[in-house]
Design a protein around this ligand. Structure first.
Ligand SMILES: [Zn+2]
Length: 387
């Protein structure tokens, strides 16, 4: 999933990102809570209680996600990060290498944390009257009471058995254990998640037909429903991509390497057709090691006049900042390297540079893999090892 991140920071080595829509969540919660608290308190007090309540909603949502992330890390599953957004939170982690047991443990820990938060706020709400002075007891007790129920509802809603909700992941892990087929288990949980999403949209519409005044909950049901349908769909396509690239290495994606240019080679004397071919990038060497890359488009777009007087080294982009991947690494590692602003990855073998891959080349190769999946032996369609 791609999020528009406004702020990101790290907690305990885990990247936490705030999507702008999290502020919409805060605003909505402040609005709803203020109308509730307004019945017993003056507006400024009610608004302050609502604001504290909204911040606690975000913090307890974060605690839920942190539960997932820490359990995953405890099981040696790489955690990409936590994103907080309108619908709460999302913890992204690598699916590969997970067993059904890992999946079950990582999924249940989130609702468990929410129930724990619910219990803690419940205790505060129950004993606030005994422990605090009378003026503070009522507002603290009320905020804690609302937060307690919120967390219990969050846990219960998340345990509904449809992906991408935690309950969907629990179901998926149990089905995987029972059927012994990870993809079938995933497909069933995703379909259930989509049914749930459609049902929520339907329920929202039904509410509207009963009374137009209920447009706020109707809209909320609709938005959550659509979010579920889409998130479930992308979970399935991600898993299919995972299954597609399972067992492949970088070496199997690489075509025969394009002939390298030497940095001191003059561009007006070389035959470009020998070098460019289908490759996006031309390696530039100092005679032995790769020192940079030139985009083939850039080279072929130069006129003969522009090429005169230039050597390959003049156009080469230095490779110092480019991420590297080993020829024997798996494709998950390769795809990870493109995160951030990187469009090129250097391929090495035993710390010696053997070539480079662009994002476009990798995307095309993955598309070929996806098309070939299901054929009896797709591998011959790709070029053999590059060295
Ligand atoms: Zn969760």
């Amino acid at each position: 999933m791609v999020f528009r991140v406004v702020r990101s920071f790290r907690i305990g080595g885990i990247e936490v990102r705030l999507d702008p829509s999290v502020f919409v969540l805060v605003a909505l919660v402040v609005w709803v809570f203020t109308t509730w608290f307004r019945e017993d308190h003056a507006l400024p007090v009610a608004a302050l209680m609502a604001l504290i309540g909204a911040v606690l909603v975000v913090l307890t949502t974060f605690a839920h996600e942190l539960g997932h992330a820490l359990e995953a890390r405890h099981r040696d599953i790489e955690v990409v990060g936590i994103t907080l957004l309108l619908f709460g939170g999302v913890t992204e982690m690598h699916a590969h290498g997970q067993t059904a047991r890992d999946q079950l443990a990582v999924a249940v820990v989130g609702p468990y944390v929410s129930l724990l938060c619910g219990a803690l706020f419940g205790i505060v709400a129950t004993f606030a009257g005994d422990l605090l002075p009378a003026t503070a007891a009522a507002p603290v007790g009320q905020v804690a009471g609302v937060l307690g129920w919120w967390n219990v509802l969050l846990a219960v809603f998340n345990l509904v058995p449809g992906a991408p909700l935690d309950g969907g992941r629990v179901l998926r892990a149990l089905l995987w254990m029972a059927l012994g087929d990870r993809m079938r288990a995933l497909t069933i949980s995703v379909r259930l998640g989509q049914v749930l999403g459609v049902a929520l949209v339907g329920f929202g519409l039904w509410t509207l037909t009963r009374t137009l005044a209920a447009w706020v909950p109707a809209l909320a049901f609709g938005i959550v429903g659509i979010f579920l349908v889409r998130a479930a769909g992308s979970e399935l396509s991600n898993a299919r991509m995972d299954a597609t690239i399972e067992g492949w290495t970088v070496a199997q994606l690489m075509g025969p390497p394009p002939t390298a240019l030497e940095a001191r080679e003059r561009l007006d004397t070389i035959d470009l057709s020998l070098h460019a071919g289908d490759a996006d990038l031309l390696p530039v060497t100092d005679g032995r090691n790769l020192i940079g890359v030139i985009e083939a488009d850039r080279l072929t777009s130069l006129s003969a006049g522009e090429r005169a007087g230039l050597v390959a080294g003049d156009l080469a982009e230095p490779i110092g900042e480019v991420p590297t991947v080993d020829l024997e690494d798996d494709l998950h590692t390769l795809i990870d390297r493109f995160q951030g602003d990187h469009h090129v990855v250097l391929v090495t073998r035993n710390d010696r540079q053997v070539g480079a891959l662009t994002e476009r080349e990798v995307a095309q190769a993955l598309e070929r893999l996806r098309r070939d999946r299901g054929r009896r032996d797709p591998r011959p369609t790709l070029a053999a090892e590059a060295v």
